[in-house]
Design a protein around this ligand. Structure first.
Ligand SMILES: N[C@@H]1[C@@H](O)[C@H](O)[C@@H](COP(=O)(O)O)O[C@@H]1O
Length: 243
């Protein structure tokens, strides 16, 4: 795993933006695996700025998102569909027909999981997958205990994850209890992975990721079995490593 330590969140976001723009400029038909949550917000801001300033062209790019809450409509402001439109897709020249996100409102969720996993094979897998990490080490919505051989599946959200994400909702009760997420194996299908973490809140997870043996209790540690992972952290998220 390659490790890059940046001074702060802004520098981290600029670095990730630079790597994504390079991917798209080198390969205009790239498939980008995208993430939601607070971590990639700065990156998306930089990508939008870059699109306006440097005329990066996203017309032929395809995107695949990691996950979605079960039960939220695409038009729900808390859904990841809405998040992606608001924070990126509506601001760049991407073709909305080439942006894929699991459907959290499908009538048959098992079929939806199968459909999305097939899409990863047919449309993807991503040339570059961007990932955040939960405080408990989750990636996508793969909570601790998820099998490293899992594909797209339904997951019960950990109480700690619901609490951490409650900041995006009116109240904790509004946070869905389930989500649909690419599995660990699905994520490992990507060519390259960029994992980002910022702030003291993530320091314990980053220490465990780098210093402990891979374990299904720390979902992100599965990335140690992937050949091309770059971890980009800021100084706060890295501060516990080696101590
Ligand atoms: N499903 C998302 C993950 O994809 C994200 O990486 C993680 C960290 O979130 P944040 O970046 O807001 O700290 O938790 C969320 O629940």
């Amino acid at each position: 795993m390659k490790i890059i330590v940046m001074k702060d969140y802004q520098e981290l976001s600029e670095k990730v933006c630079e790597l994504i723009e390079k991917q798209v400029n080198d390969q205009p038909k790239s498939v980008l695996g995208l993430a939601t949550g607070g971590s990639p917000l700065g990156t998306y801001k930089e990508l939008i700025k870059g699109y306006k300033k440097r005329a990066v062209d996203y017309q032929q790019v395809t995107t695949m998102n990691l996950d979605e809450y079960i039960g939220l409509d695409k038009s729900d402001p808390q859904s990841y569909h809405f998040f992606m439109r608001q924070h990126l897709f509506d601001e760049i020249n991407i073709n909305p027909d080439r942006t894929y996100i699991p459907n959290g409102k499908a009538n048959n969720q098992d079929k939806e999981c199968e459909r999305y996993e097939r899409l990863i094979e047919e449309v993807g897998p991503p040339d570059l997958q961007l990932l955040g990490i939960g405080q408990n080490g989750h990636i996508g919505f793969n909570e601790p205990g998820t099998s490293f051989t899992s594909e797209t599946h339904i997951i019960e959200l950990a109480e700690s994850t619901r609490k951490a994400n409650a900041r995006f909702f009116d109240s904790l009760e509004d946070v869905p209890k389930q989500a649909i997420t690419m599995g660990i194996r699905s994520i490992l299908k990507s060519e390259k992975v960029i994992l980002i973490a910022s702030g003291e809140r993530k320091a314990a997870a980053i220490k465990s990721l780098l210093e402990d043996e891979p374990s299904e209790n720390m979902p992100a540690s599965a990335l140690k079995n992937h050949k091309n992972v770059t971890l980009i952290v800021d100084e706060e998220a890295y501060m516990k490593v080696g101590h």
